[in-house]
Design a protein around this ligand. Sequence first.
Ligand SMILES: [Zn+2]
Length: 320
Amino acid sequence: MIRAALARGVSGVAAALLCALPAAAQPLPPNELGRIMVLEYHKIDYPEERWTRTPENFRRDLETLYARGYRLQNLNAVLDGKITVPAGTTPVVLTFDDSSPGQFRYVVKDGKVEIDPKCGVGVLEAFIKEKPDFGRGATFFVLPGASRPNRLFDQPEYEGKKLQFLVSQGYEIGNHTLWHANLGKYDEPTVRGQIAEAQVWIRRHVPEYQIRSLALPHGVYPKDLSWAQSGTAKGTTYKTDAILMVAGGASPSPFARMFDAFRIPRIQAVERDLTTWLGYFEKNPSERFVSDGDASVVTIPSGKRDKLKSLPPTLKVLER
Ligand SMILES: [Zn+2]
């Protein structure tokens, strides 16, 4: 009797739990005016703390995102409005700041050089292999001229190999200045020099690579925004298409009038903020960007046309 009641009780709880989960199971209608999470990771290492996510927790983040219908999209694709994730799913952008060693490490195993399965890239690559429909992408905002251990992931002998691997595998490299300069503190030549020189140093390893985005060290803007946007310094010309902040929540859709490529907010990928934002979108699914699966069509809820920015004629708008 008691056993049967317990069994009923347990299955009741299980049923209740299942009922509490369905947001991921029910297909969401497309809404390409919804918001996108740009997640900001720092160290992937031990122990878990303010600026560190353990490899296990990072893996769990990927599992959670996947289970809740998020799919990887590169930042540049978002900037270009080329949302290619499947219909009914939500793009999510991964970013990694400061090129710390745990983000990307090579180890020698049985005489062979391989990616450490416990580093950020190792965890990500393994997960993508298991779930190819998760997509592929992440932007690494590296520091080519920082002191150790933040100088290009802290293995001088593999610096070039790492940057070349990232580019060849569809990841992006972003500018985070030469050595993490607080851009608000410096004059124009220094600000421009920091951005230009970072590009020069990165291109020593990946000569043709176009760096399109800048993550502000400490989240601090230069005194004049235009210094970060484009210019020439240290014999090189740079052009920044996007500037990322260090906080601010989920980003507006790139199709929204509110979207400002030079003020893209991010969500720090720490337990509390991730839980808050994932919970927010579970409770407010209409706030969430949901793809229609067609990169040439922008599907929006009816009556929301005034929220759209002006779009290139190649993009068709569909109200649902
Ligand atoms: Zn940083």
